[in-house]
Design a protein around this ligand. Sequence first.
Ligand SMILES: Nc1ncnc2c1ncn2[C@@H]1O[C@H](COP(=O)(O)OP(=O)(O)OP(=O)(O)O)[C@@H](O)[C@H]1O
Ligand SMILES: [Mg+2]
Length: 286
Amino acid sequence: MGRTTPGADPVLSLRGAAVRVGGRTLWSGVDLTVGAGEFTAVLGPNGVGKSTLVKVLLGVLPAAAGEVRVLGGEPGSHSGAVGYLPQRRSFDASVRIRGVDVVRLGLDGDLWGVPVPGLGRAKRRAARERVAEVIELVGATKYAERPIGQCSGGEQQRLLIAQALVRRPRVLLLDEPLDSLDLTNQAAIACLLGKICHLEKVAVVMVAHDVNPILHHLDRVVYIAEGGAVSGAPADVITSETLTRLYRTPVEVLSTSDGRLVVVGQPEAPALHTDRHATGGRDAGI
Ligand SMILES: Nc1ncnc2c1ncn2[C@@H]1O[C@H](COP(=O)(O)OP(=O)(O)OP(=O)(O)O)[C@@H](O)[C@H]1O
Ligand SMILES: [Mg+2]
């Protein structure tokens, strides 16, 4: 399934990587290679270190062991080419800044408040057009002129995805971008990300709780468990055998008639892996 050109340099790579936070090793021995135009999901229960993996790729947290490379350099060394959507972001109702300005911050946020001499009319127009284009791409045109605090959670989410995309990043790191979206919007955003990834050759790494909305777009999955991780093509990794070995507890992967996957395991764990908007059914939380 991978779309990496044979011999092409990977966009992201981890080799025997480990991370420590608060004096504790969250995971170690993690290997992952992502090429241009590949879509990777990072999955696993709460607290295993999914967001921490994203922080390592951003270069805000060093790996404790192994090698991590992003766009051929140290993580953080090409930050202009890396788009990032952090986990659980929302704006208070009192926030007056318009959606369109939030997206614009993604383009020149580092220059916020700094007068930019020489930024001519043509460049300003190009910036305005890019912002409008990306807002249209995520389907947020209708509400982009409103204060973002007055937009719904899902609308804010789309505007923030537009912000992460506005610089035409080569790598897009998204921490639970489908959070707070209903099923229809999850599918629409998954489709949009799949398109950006495969048509524009952006490497997308996305932390997710439910693999189903993105399953058909994925080239790779990384399942993180306490201590380690396993990565590979979805069909190889999301199996009862692989996940049972990784989590050291019986895990069963069931396939529904409509092609969705249900991961069933420890009954006491919260239902996280399947769609959180659906009712019924308990699963492993992985
Ligand atoms: N700076 C820190 N100091 C100490 N512990 C930390 C620090 N940052 C994160 N942790 C801990 O590391 C673990 C992994 O955190 P992380 O946010 O990566 O989890 P996650 O897999 O993204 O979970 P979730 O699904 O809840 O978002 C958690 O137990 C968290 O409390
Ligand atoms: Mg997280």
